[in-house]
Design a protein around this ligand. Structure first.
Ligand code: ADP
Ligand code: ZN
Ligand code: ZN
Length: 742
């Protein structure tokens, strides 16, 4: 092969194409797809890094014009061609440059922290070694016996350190090497983040009927060669993780690997420990508390076949395993699975593509599945298993919904209802713990009426309008705007405003009302450092506080057996977020928050404070009734044509020159209209929620259509139009499918 196709490491749309280089004599046979090379670029003697996407004998240009590759990038590990193909797909599908897509898929090269380590391996079959052990014991050759026994105990492999611990000298090893019994090899030793922290216990629990049903159902299909996506729907504590582990152990037995995605925030010490106890050193983890070098090492370990299971957040999706048998996405409804940087990919979608390539099954687990996943399960496109009860005696808490409008009518202007106050008082007396939860999502700009509970909604999009600095109320989908009214349009009351209480005010109010109570607060401000997050949680877990006040951070994945009361201070805040997922998010958050109470043996209680007690997401969350929620929610999505009924594509434009930005947005709209796509709904252009950021103006356009493939075609068409127009230099464009937030 004489030529290579290279994507250069420059993030510039105009350079987002393949450049060809010649392989010089000294590098012949040394370059393959996925490697990183240094190539000359532009004027002068400048060289830059690039990714090899292919090797060929056929030049695309006159040979004399093709420059030679300068060299290989030192120490860079070649990427699987499968991952390069995946990057190419992501580039096309989500819209990005190839360079951006490659950077998403490939780990950043770091100082490799590995070191060479000598180790001793058995050079004869196990049975022979056992026989030999008997003989040397008989002859009383103690050191030889220790070495043989050590090797037999450690799967035929001892590190030189382990040998030293067994007091085996190098002369003994050399002697046995001469006899052909052992061999000394050096292997690369990577940093293992668990070394010495946990112990493999091999504990395997007897599965419950429901667990067994799920495992057997999925495994039967696997054995028949059926590969698909499954929804594993089960309340927290119903034993989903146990199901994952059982399936994983089965694919490992077939010589395959597993990837387990967990939202970073739920990736706790306890989760990792459980996997380690079952799979030992064959499992690894990626999370932001590891150094970049350590993270890079974990990729190398995966590549070297040292591990079978990788646990981690979104990015662990790209672990370079060679043969994946199962991929698991726990808490699949979490927003964290959607990337908010270009390419704006959805990990669930990319996982499905990767699973298909590897012939792996994909399992999506949740207590409150996303509406899109639920719909597919109901339509029979996904397999569907449910775990309906918690393991052990823990029962779901008693939930009461408090109407804050009534509190106001009765003259109570405090953040706390009388019901919540008396429950808090009761727990303090009983020395039990309380969690107070304030969901800050959507807090900025939401306006509602404290007298009737209604918010002001866009007449076209049926989402809550948000308040802007100039005093107008706006829709972030279509740009509809009205001046902020003085009185509620529904009931005429003057009590119409935003909700201003934050976690700090709640903490202050608790101190004022219960001066004796010990209070901890957990929010963005108190968790700036990595350690503070764990510190607050462990202090609360150790009983060093009576009350924990916090944002959604406190409701995810933590088990505090002494918490018997959960207070949701203002359930409506997320309900009034100005996007179509507001009710879904509210249901999920409330269900999670309620589920925090009564995890131990003591019965729990939850109090939900709201101005809209009749809203279905609050009603159904109080009853922990997912099906009832889904039935209502899907009606709204159908009526308004929101995902998953229709697919949605957001186009975000930004630029420093407002006039130019506006004309470009109009131009896009014109191109879309001229395409005459049947059934397409075009919304906007409108100001983005954050209409101005870092001196740039931002506009949005949304499109809805029943079929994603049609949206994909329109996106392509627009990309081509833009590439063929000069005027767009300083305008930045991003595409986003089914955006998380308006
Ligand atoms: P989930 O992942 O649905 O929240 P887990 O798998 O964490 O549920 O299970 C909750 C608790 O029940 C854990 O402590 C787990 O060890 C235990 N558990 C799960 N399955 C079983 C079982 N079949 N027998 C005994 N204990 C189990
Ligand atoms: Zn009102
Ligand atoms: Zn609107």
């Amino acid at each position: 092969m004489e030529f290579v196709n290279v994507i250069v490491d420059i993030s510039h749309e105009k350079l987002d194409r393949i450049f060809q280089y010649r392989i010089p004599e000294e590098l012949q046979g040394k370059i393959s797809t996925g490697m990183q090379v240094q190539v000359p670029f532009g004027m002068g003697n400048r060289t830059i890094k690039g990714y090899v996407t292919g090797v060929t004998d056929v030049p695309d240009y006159p040979v004399e014009k093709i420059k030679p590759v300068t060299g290989l990038v030192d120490g860079a590990v070649p990427a699987e061609s499968e991952l390069i193909a995946l990057a190419a797909w992501m580039k096309e599908f989500y819209g990005s440059t190839m360079n951006q897509a490659l950077k998403t898929v490939l780990p950043v090269k770091q100082e490799v922290s590995s070191r060479q380590e000598k180790c001793i391996v058995l050079a004869i079959p196990r049975e022979e070694a056992e026989q030999l052990l008997k003989e040397v014991l008989h002859k009383n050759f103690r050191a030889k016996a220790r070495l043989l026994a050590g090797l037999l105990d450690h799967d035929g492999k001892l590190s030189s350190k382990e040998a030293a611990d067994l007091k085996i000298t190098s002369s003994v090893i050399q002697g046995m090497e001469r006899d052909g019994v052992v061999r000394q090899i050096s292997r690369v030793q990577y940093r293992n983040p668990f070394a010495g922290k946990f112990e493999q216990t091999g504990i395997q629990r007897t599965l419950t009927e429901e667990q067994k049903n799920a495992v057997d159902g999925i495994w039967d299909e696997y054995a028949q060669g059926i590969r698909k996506t499954y929804l594993l729907e089960g309340v927290t504590g119903s034993g989903k993780t146990e199901v994952y582990m059982e399936l994983i152990s089965r694919v490992i037995a077939e010589g395959k690997q597993a990837i387990v995605l967990i939202p970073e925030i739920a990736l706790t010490f306890q989760t990792v420990r459980r996997f380690y106890e079952r799979f030992g050193d064959r499992v690894s983890v990626m999370h932001s508390r590891l150094s970049e070098g350590e993270r890079y090492d974990q990729f190398l370990r995966a590549k070297a076949g040292e591990i079978d299971v990788m646990i981690g957040p979104r990015s662990a999706l790209f672990t370079p395993f060679s043969q994946i048998g199962v991929m698991i996405i726990d808490e699949e409804h979490e927003g964290a699975y959607k990337s908010e940087t270009v390419p704006r990919y959805d990990a669930r979608e990319v996982a499905a593509v990767r699973a298909k390539k590897h012939g792996a099954s994909l399992i999506l687990g949740s207590a409150t599945p996303s509406v899109e996943t639920s719909r597919r399960a109901r339509e029979g496109k996904f397999g569907w298993y449910r775990l309906t009860s918690r393991i052990g005696q823990a029962i779901l808490p008693e939930v009461s919904v408090v109407d804050l409008r009534e509190e106001l009518r009765d003259g109570n202007r405090s953040i706390f209802s009388r019901r919540l106050l008396s429950a808090m008082d009761d727990r303090l007396k009983k020395r039990q713990q309380t969690m107070l939860f304030l969901n800050r999502r959507g807090l900025s700009g939401f306006v509602s009426c404290r007298s009737c509970g209604k918010s002001i909604r866009c007449p076209h999009c049926d989402v809550t309008l948000s308040l802007h600095k100039d005093g107008s109320l706006r829709c972030h989908y279509c740009g509809y705007r009205i001046p902020m009214p003085k009185n509620c349009p529904s009931c005429g009351s003057p009590y119409i405003s935003g909700f201003r209480a934050g976690t700090q005010q709640i903490e202050r109010e608790v101190h004022r009302l219960f001066p004796q109570a010990r209070v901890l607060r957990m929010d963005y401000d108190t968790t700036r450092t990595r350690e503070s997050y764990e510190q607050i949680l462990s202090a609360f877990g150790n009983g060093q506080a009576d009350i924990l006040v916090g944002t959604q951070m406190i409701v995810k994945g933590h088990d505090f057996p002494d918490v018997t009361l959960v207070g949701i201070v203002a359930a409506d805040i997320s309900l009034y977020a100005s996007d179509y997922r507001a009710a879904e998010r509210t249901f999920q958050l409330l269900t999670q928050a309620v589920g925090r109470a009564g995890r131990g043996s003591k019965a729990g209680e939850a109090v939900i404070q709201t101005y809209m007690p009749e809203h279905y997401s609050i009603q159904t969350a109080a009853k922990q009734d997912y099906d009832a929620f889904y039935e209502q929610e899907i009606l709204y999505r159908e009526l308004m044509g929101y995902p998953p009924v229709d697919e949605m594509l957001g186009i975000y434009l930004s630029g420093k020159d407002l006039e130019k930005l506006e004309s470009c947005a109009e131009q896009l709209v014109e191109w879309i209209r001229n395409a005459h796509v049947e059934g397409l709904c075009l919304i906007g252009p409108a100001d983005a929620a954050l209409a101005r950021k870092n001196d740039s103006y931002r506009k949005v356009i949304y499109m809805k259509h029943e079929k994603k493939i049609i949206l994909l075609k329109i996106k392509k068409l627009l990309e081509q139009q833009i590439a063929g127009t000069d005027n767009w230099n300083d305008i930045f464009i991003q595409f986003d499918y089914n955006p998380l937030q308006a």
